[in-house]
Design a protein. Structure first.
Length: 202
């Protein structure tokens, strides 16, 4: 199933979205283990930790290596050429053995510990798991990240619902592109006491 790219909407910092929803999502640039320049999306979960995809920190599998930690730059709230909150370097990269040893799709997630506490300035997201294998079925979500086929370093969103919910994976039809790896799935809880929360990265 495909969805037209023009259904995506750009989210500049001066958009109608609350600023705290936009600025806690970050553009991540780095040099991979093979020496190639790359980029991903990440989202802050505390003052100095960004969650992203496993392949954004490690090549995946026992024959691969960690990307070059000293090359990482993380730009919260990046908006085209503007970096209103500056950037941070990485102190340490993390993933799980299911990714670093086996390159399992269900384990393709990781984290970046930063050399700064930028989250104290831009804020961060909460996160939680779903109950049961079908716990996400039908949930309306927004996929928000930095696709490489749009204006450089610009944040874009597309809305959809979870089409298939499994114990360790969920599937949607929202359009994404290279550069959005690590994007969170945001949803609005029906409970007025809950804030907008992201799910695990796409």
């Amino acid at each position: 199933m495909t969805t037209p790219a023009e259904s995506r909407a750009r989210n500049p910092l001066d958009s109608a979205l609350p600023t705290d929803i936009v600025k806690s999502i970050a553009l991540v640039t780095f040099t991979d283990a093979n020496g190639s320049s790359s980029r991903c999306t990440g989202w802050l979960i505390n003052a100095d930790t960004v969650v992203t995809a496993g392949h954004c920190v490690h090549g995946g599998g026992s024959g691969e290596d960690w990307h070059r930690v000293n090359s990482f730059r993380v730009y919260p709230g990046r908006d085209g050429s503007a970096s209103p909150y500056g950037s941070c370097t990485a102190k340490r990269l993390y993933s799980v053995r299911g990714w670093t040893r086996n390159a399992a799709d269900t384990a393709d997630y990781g984290a970046i510990q930063l050399n700064c506490n930028i989250g104290d300035t831009v804020g961060w997201y909460g996160f939680r798991s779903a109950e049961g294998a079908r716990g996400l079925a039908g949930v309306r979500v927004n996929v928000r990240g930095y696709p490489g086929d749009m204006v450089w370093s610009s944040l874009w969103t597309m809305a959809d619902r979870i089409r298939v919910s499994q114990r360790e994976m969920a599937f949607y039809a929202a359009d994404t592109y290279g550069g959005q790896s690590g994007s969170c799935l945001l949803y609005t809880s029906p409970s007025p006491r809950d804030r907008t929360r992201p799910r695990m990265p796409a």
